[in-house]
Ligand binder design. Sequence first.
Ligand code: TYM
Length: 334
Amino acid sequence: MRVVSGIQPTGNLHLGNYLGAIRQWVAMQDAMATDDLCLFFLADLHALTQPVVPADLAANTIEMAATLLACGIDPERSILFNQARVPAHAELAWILGGTARVGWLNRMTQWKDKAGKNREGSSVGLFTYPVLQAADVLAYRATHVPVGEDQKQHLELARDIAAKFNQDFGVDLFPLPEPFVSTAAPRIMSLRDGRAKMSKSDPSDMSRINLVDDDDTIAGKLRKAKSDAEPLPDNIDALDGRPEARNLVTIHAALAGIEPAAVLAQFAGQGFGRFKPALADLAIATLGPIRQQLTALLADRGEVGRVLAEGAGKARTLSAPVLRAAQDAIGLQV
Ligand code: TYM
């Protein structure tokens, strides 16, 4: 197994990133066999597809790396780095840009959502974003890519690009990467709107729980989270049409590591006045230790930078022969 995944360093990690992706990364790292390899990176090149403030990007990259370490990514066992320090990502993306089709990229829902009505004014990078994402995983001949539900379409595109490249140039270079969306890694929705995903770009901070939020803030956000006046039902189907209630049950289940049905078995018939404090206790118990670890790591940002630099060295060594093979396949001989 060759596991590869990334996250954009666009600000604080939130509970959706943690439950939807990072916790899964840590689980895969912890379950690794001796021949397996896990690579996790900060997608700082992807962050350039939206307006950037250079000082923020630099600080966010270090803070996000520290957060991944605090969540349990272990640089002794996994390779942790930032994308910009491994030029093979951008070089392979350019090569794969000859393989990907405009029609494929036009179908990407993230492009449609982020560009909205402003396609002409969007960056070229925002449009070709999924080609770089394909290069990210193909540069390591990844077999498994743990992501949240929202990134599945990009991974399917990476498979299409890999298959077309192999076929067009008569090689067997790229294995088709498998998007790995664990059932234990649910889609977490906004605390203000159960139909929108929890997101860093939501203007309301009350919509998300950040991994840096203190205990009182977590409790306050969950207390004020949108819910409804009905008691919790005894089965999942009865949550249809109650997206906020469903989201809070999903979060509880994910934090406790149990099925949503087991949460309902415990709370059926009870209102949110009882449920929310129990959920807050659970969230605080999970996130408190991560926050403490993060604070300790951020006291020495230089050390976090050194971890990234070491990871980038290993990633360069691993990706160089794959890039070279792709160059050879298309006739870029020197
Ligand atoms: P990003 O930075 O938006 O999110 C990082 C990971 O968190 C997951 N996620 C969620 N999961 C559940 N509920 C949510 N509300 C939620 N919000 C985010 C995402 O699915 C993702 O797994 N394009 C990617 C970064 C990337 C990448 C890659 C990923 C660049 N190259 C190569 C995998 C492989 C992104 O913007 O994720």
